[in-house]
Design a protein around this ligand. Structure first.
Ligand SMILES: Nc1nc2c(ncn2[C@@H]2O[C@H](COP(=O)(O)OP(=O)(O)O)[C@@H](O)[C@H]2O)c(=O)[nH]1
Ligand SMILES: [Mg+2]
Length: 405
């Protein structure tokens, strides 16, 4: 058996150089596929017949090349976004906590913290590498602030906040936005839901919010996709939530901070007792950092990504079936062509579509397994973080300094 240290080093190298390894192999395979295609056409022009083996080899080389290239890019992106839990400051014990992820919310965060303090024992803010005075403003308003050395995304901030809530021994935690869209005065309703037995309370803005019809329809379509693939909720992408200690523990175990927080929470808590709480959401000029079309596309990718990566065996089966079907269709098209000179349009179109689905799924599966194995090591061993994880130089330096203190 390979010694553990060697395996870890191997894994680190694979992730670190994924783009190089997979990407280069992918490009080489695509070039070989191209060359095969070139000779295939040349041979056809002479013999007026497509060699099925040659053609299938071309098809497979192109498909494999595409898989490798996608895999390289996916890992690269995932690693660039990889999350490392920051060391937590000393936290006072608190039964109820408010958790606020914040990124560049100067001028808004202070009021939210002061309001929230009225309803809970402790307010914890995760400042996700803001470039403004967010952290100072939150501290002055009376929150405990945990800072990320660089922007890692809302998911990372929520992951940090969950760890902080557990460290403070919280029984109940409310999660709300820092930009003032969520009214802290709704907090007692959320806490009440938990105290009466729910483990997860989720805000639902629909009873109170008038959305323009087109937006509402778009939102409902996304919610339907979410309902089919992830979990049943009426306002699934609402960020106002509350968790019991049990839900916090569930989230802390498997929460993936890299992509789409709300969908991730909904998936992790899909079997948890959930109550929806009607709330009002305020809209103002700083309501959102991204425009709503990008947000919509983001949500679709998140849902599909979550659905695929949480059901790896199903995805693997789908991928293999698609690829096999695609090759069968392709062989059929070629042999039909050889005998009749007719190119079957439907079959060839489906062959290409299925090939794309099969290879992209396969790339996502391979990469997800590697990244998961790798992240598990990083997240479980805070003390070894600087040596164990492929994190950015800036983050590594920051962690090393913290441990030296
Ligand atoms: N930690 C962290 N929080 C973020 C980031 N982007 C947005 N947020 C916070 O997440 C909440 C919701 O973000 P916002 O852009 O208002 O999204 P929207 O209201 O859902 O359109 C706010 O409290 C933001 O401060 C980020 O990159 N990191
Ligand atoms: Mg907002």
């Amino acid at each position: 058996m390979m010694p553990m240290a060697t395996m870890q080093r191997g894994m680190r190298r694979v992730v670190k150089y994924a783009l190089t390894y997979f990407g280069t192999t992918g490009v080489i395979l695509l070039l070989i596929g191209g060359l095969l295609l070139f000779t295939l056409v040349g041979k056809y022009n002479e013999a007026r017949k497509i060699d099925i083996i040659h053609a299938t080899a071309t098809f497979v080389a192109l498909a494999l090349g595409q898989t490798m290239l996608t895999a390289g890019v996916v890992t690269y992106v995932a690693v660039r976004r990889s999350y490392t839990p920051p060391p937590l400051p000393p936290l006072p014990k608190a039964e109820t906590v408010a958790l606020i992820p914040a990124y560049n919310e100067e001028g808004r965060i202070g009021a939210v913290v002061r309001e929230a303090k009225k309803y809970v024992d402790l307010v914890i803010v995760a400042d996700d590498g803001s470039a403004d005075n967010t952290a100072k403003e939150a501290e002055e308003a009376g929150a405990v602030v945990i800072r990320h050395p660089q922007n890692m995304g809302k998911g990372a901030a929520v992951a940090t906040l969950i760890k902080a809530a557990l460290a403070a021994d919280a029984k109940y935690a409310v999660l709300l936005d820092a930009d003032g869209q969520h009214d802290p005065a709704d907090t007692p309703k959320f806490l009440q839901a938990l105290k009466s037995g729910a483990d997860h309370a989720a805000g639902n803005r629909f009873p109170h919010t008038k959305m323009p019809t087109i937006r509402r329809l778009g939102y409902k379509a996304l919610a339907l996709l979410h309902r089919i693939l992830i979990a049943k909720l009426n306002d699934p992408f609402n960020g106002y939530r509350a968790f019991s200690r049990k839900a916090l523990e569930t989230l802390n175990q498997d929460f993936d901070p890299s992509y789409g927080v709300e969908t991730e929470i909904n998936y992790q808590l899909r079997k948890t007792k959930t109550i929806e709480i009607p709330i009002k959401v305020k809209y103002h000029e700083a309501s959102s950092k991204t425009n709503f079309i990008i947000q919509g596309l983001n949500i679709v990718t998140t849902i599909l990504w979550t659905a695929i990566t949480k059901r790896l065996f199903l995805a693997l089966a789908l991928s293999l079936i698609s690829t096999c079907l695609s090759i069968m269709l392709f062989v059929n098209v070629v042999s039909l062509f050889n005998t009749t000179r007719y190119i079957r349009l439907t079959y060839s179109t489906f062959a290409i579509l299925l090939e794309i689905i099969g290879t992209v799924l396969m790339a996502i599966i391979i990469m997800n397994i590697i990244i998961k194995t790798y992240n598990r090591k990083c997240n479980n061993s805070i003390n070894d973080v600087p040596n164990n994880c492929a994190i950015s130089k800036k983050l590594k330096q920051w962690l090393l300094n913290k441990y030296d203190e």
